[in-house]
Every structure is written in C-alpha cells, then in structure tokens.
Design a protein around this ligand. Structure first.
Ligand code: SAM
Length: 284
C-alpha cells in the first residue's frame, strides 16, 4: 500500500502529477492513519461489505476500505485525480473509480449497476460544500444504503445529532433523525488534513432506520410543519404555524388543537420532539 498519510510522500506524489489543490472542490486530504482507522471502525467495514465512497481524492480512505476486503465504488469529480488514483489503487481489484459529480449522477442507476440494488454503506471524507445536499439525497430518495459514515464539519455533525431545546437543534436534526440513528464517532482536528481547513471536523455514522422514527400520515406534510416551526425560531409555535398557512384552521382553532394534543401553543418550535412534530402534522 502507498504511504498516502505521509505528508512528504503525498507532496512528492502530487508534484509528480503536477496536481494543485482546488479549494472550491473541498480538497483537504487526510494525512492521519489513526483517523482512517476510526472511520473504518465507525463504519464497521468487513469483507462482506459493498461501499460507496464519495470523493476518493488520492485514494487514502479508499485503500483503507479496500484493505478490509470490501468492494468499493468511488466517485471522484476532479479529472486530475484519476491518473493518480490509477497508480495508488493499482493493487486493489476490488475498487472501481467512477468519474462524476455525486450530486448529478443517477444514484439509482449507479446502485443498480454496481451493487445490484443490494445493501451498501456510504463512507466519505466529504467536501464540506456538498455535505447537506448529498446526505439529504440519500435520506429522501430511500436508497438501499444501510449506513452513512462521514467526516464533516464539526458544527454540521452536532446539528445532525442535536436534541430538542438546544441551539443546534433544527430542521436538519429532525430530517436526519427521522430517517436514521446518528452516532458521533469522534472529533477530528484541522491539523490532520493537507491543506488544513479553517474548521474542525467530526466523524458521524447515520444508521438507517427500518422505518421512520415517528409515524406520519404524510412525510411531505411533516416536513412542511418542520420547515414552518424552525423558520422563525423566536416566534411561538402558534404564530409560526398560523403564519405558514399550512392548515385551514384559524388561529384560535389551531390553539385549541395544540392544547388538545397537550402541546402548549406558546412553546417555541425548537423545543418540540420528533414525536410532537408528528402529532402536530397528523392533526392540523
Ligand atoms: N477521500 C480523500 C481523503 O480522505 O483524503 C479526499 C477527501 S476531500 C475532503 C474531498 C474529495 O471530494 C476531493 O477529492 C474532491 O475532488 C472530491 N469532490 C468534490 N466535489 C465532488 C462531487 N460533487 N462529486 C464527487 N467528488 C467530489
């Protein structure tokens, strides 16, 4: 295996290929073997797994996953990295690199072609700029992933795992917890990347639930309510629901309905649990 976590080796490799880091593609390559291990452990990768990696870079995480015997499909957007990946991954017949933009690819087709619609894990050191859109795609499109283990900006990981009545709790927390069970694996300091990003990171695993965390009559309506209650965090629940016009009820009817659900209309949306949000969306 190539010593890709060695800064000296990595610099030499990149300069041999005339590669320059692209800030806009979120290129911060991992140079720490302990962090690699933490990701592999967090994702519980074994030789039975099929893994989709987003953004392999020079193949550091890819090699670590492939070494466990898992079958890896890695999607990389930057064409400049393809010849480097060919070199660094040459010893792994169990890796397939696909050139493409993960945000634009037909994921259903990709999963069908590579994993025959069977279960797979997502593992990535994600470029920060695509964190929320790509994770939301996996969650909402009901793809056959079983878990998503990613290194992302610390604050975003904290929002995903946040509990009601905390400043981090918001619509992202609800969406992530509706579909998955988030588990923070650990903090990652900026110094383990080349070049160093300006923010700290966290590794988080999102384990897919067999069914959503709460029962809702319509997920569209549920997320309308979620959007409304977190849109104006300082307003009361009654005022946000009324202003969002998602119910035919007038303000006093809404107030009576909330009381009947044992939810004080004067509460703020950010204090509501998923169960309470479901109750509201099923009743108004
Ligand atoms: N996995 C490598 C590592 O851990 O060192 C690289 C991680 S780096 C944070 C993110 C990688 O994602 C870069 O290689 C970048 O070119 C790639 N990337 C950025 N946007 C992408 C996109 N939309 N689709 C696929 N790959 C993308």
């Amino acid at each position: 295996m190539y010593p890709l976590t060695s800064p000296k080796y990595l610099k030499e490799l990149l300069s041999r290929y005339g590669f320059h880091f692209s800030k806009s593609l979120g290129q911060n390559f991992l140079i720490d073997g302990n962090i690699l291990e933490k990701i592999i452990k967090g994702a519980t990768i074994s030789s039975h797994d099929k893994v989709l990696e987003i953004g392999p870079g020079v193949g550091t995480l890819t090699s670590a996953i492939a070494k466990q015997g898992a079958e890896v499909v890695a999607v990389e957007l930057d064409r400049e990295l393809l010849p480097i990946l060919e070199e660094t991954l040459e010893e792994f017949p169990n890796v397939r690199v696909i050139h493409g933009d993960i945000l634009k690819l037909d994921l259903n087709q990709l999963i069908k072609d590579n994993f025959h619609d069977g279960p797979f894990k997502v593992v990535a050191n994600l470029p920060y700029y695509i964190t929320t859109p790509i994770i939301m795609r996996f969650l909402e499109e009901e793809l056959s992933y079983t878990s998503i283990t990613v290194m992302i900006q610390k604050e975003v990981a904290q929002r995903m795992a946040a509990q009601p009545d905390s400043k981090e709790y918001g619509s992202l927390s609800v969406a992530v917890q509706f579909y998955t069970n988030p588990r923070i694996i650990g903090k990652v300091p900026a110094g383990v990347f080349m070049p160093q990003p300006k923010v700290d990171s966290m590794i988080i695993t999102l384990e897919k639930r067999n069914k959503p965390a709460v029962e809702v009559n319509s997920s569209t309506r549920f997320f309308q309510v979620v959007k409304a209650v977190f849109a104006q965090r300082r307003k009361t629940l009654l005022n946000t629901l009324h202003a969002a016009e998602i119910s035919d009820m007038n303000k006093s009817e809404l107030s009576i309905k909330l009381d009947s659900l044992n939810i004080n209309p004067q509460r703020r949306g950010e204090t509501l649990s998923l169960e309470e949000l479901a109750l509201i969306s099923n009743s108004i």
